[in-house]
Design a protein around this ligand. Sequence first.
Ligand code: ADP
Ligand code: MG
Length: 393
Amino acid sequence: MNVENDSATEEIVANVRKRFLALYGTEPHIFTSPGRINLIGEHTDYNNGLVLPAAIDKAIVLAIAQREDQQINIFSESYQMRYTCTLQELVRTEMLWPDYILGVIVELQKKGCELKGVDIVFDGNIPLGAGLSSSAALECATAFALNELFEFNLSPLEIAKLGQAAENNFVGVQCGLMDQFASVFGKAGHLIKLDCESFEFNFIPFNAKNYQVVLFDTGVKHSLASSAYNERRQQCEYGVELVRKHHPEVDSLRRVNKQMLDDYVKDVDRMVYKRCDFVVSEIQRLQDACQDLLKDDLESFGRRMYETHEGLRDLYEVSCEELDYLVDRVKDRPEVIGSRMMGGGFGGCTINLIASDSVDRIVEETSKAYKKDHDRNLKVYFVSIEDGTRQVL
Ligand code: ADP
Ligand code: MG
């Protein structure tokens, strides 16, 4: 089973097309939809705050053609498996991977969009479950492709929201909109400064200069992740409630400042204060980090990544031993100007900004050390910032 595909996206496009021709005997339309990274702005989305994601050079490749009947045929190249159903029997599957596609079709049907059957082959090179949002990429590839094929005239924002709705309602994962938004709206060489309250956004040029974005995958996912996530959300809501007694206009941490936390939360609940302190600081940090980029000060930007990690570790308490280890290994190295855990926490990847001429050495040293101290093989992903969902054939 080839679930970790390191090939370049162009190579996958060629393979998927070949498979499609062999299976269905017609020429497909082909779409790509990328995974994403998030530079700064963690746990801010559900607090109506800001996030700073970017689409990457790893993507889902989806080949598709319309049928005249009601049949849905899907072939997963990664799993070498086929799934077949009709438009009238869209239900969750045992395999999970078809659900991201079926979920989008169900959400389209809910909107009153009329579909016919389709033939699909898909593959990708986004590592699965590593926090790069392969699931959002698959949803957005599907939504974008169906919109083109059947001319629904949906806007890019509607396409991203369809993907999110599929994940929330059909797959059953309560994610925000960031992942789908980044996949659809991504722009080469730019970060997306996205306001999760208004969904307004602007592109911030990301001039990586002599630095490379490198992800270190801990290879762990601690089971605490989902219960802790729900608990953090509740703690943030409680913080808002305490402030709202004095400022009725406040409806999220986005509208809260440090002074309010000191005045109304600190003495009531120390733990809730820490959580809220992180979120309020993180939103400000993201604003400052964007200023750094506009001044072309990547070193300052990197220092803020380290600060984000410290906040996630000490105040929000969603890091874990493996993530802390990987950040600690690089933090005193002048070649690594920024490093932090990325994503919800308790596992997944760290994101690092490493001087290009030192990447090989840092990767080798970190891998060796991780093997020795944690007995795990470090997976390393090199990413560049590319365009969002598009048609390639
Ligand atoms: P993440 O979104 O962080 O990568 P998820 O667990 O949300 O992790 O989504 C991963 C799931 O998405 C996989 O288990 C699989 O069902 C589906 N998926 C993603 N990419 C592919 C692919 N290339 N081929 C088949 N299924 C995929
Ligand atoms: Mg996902």
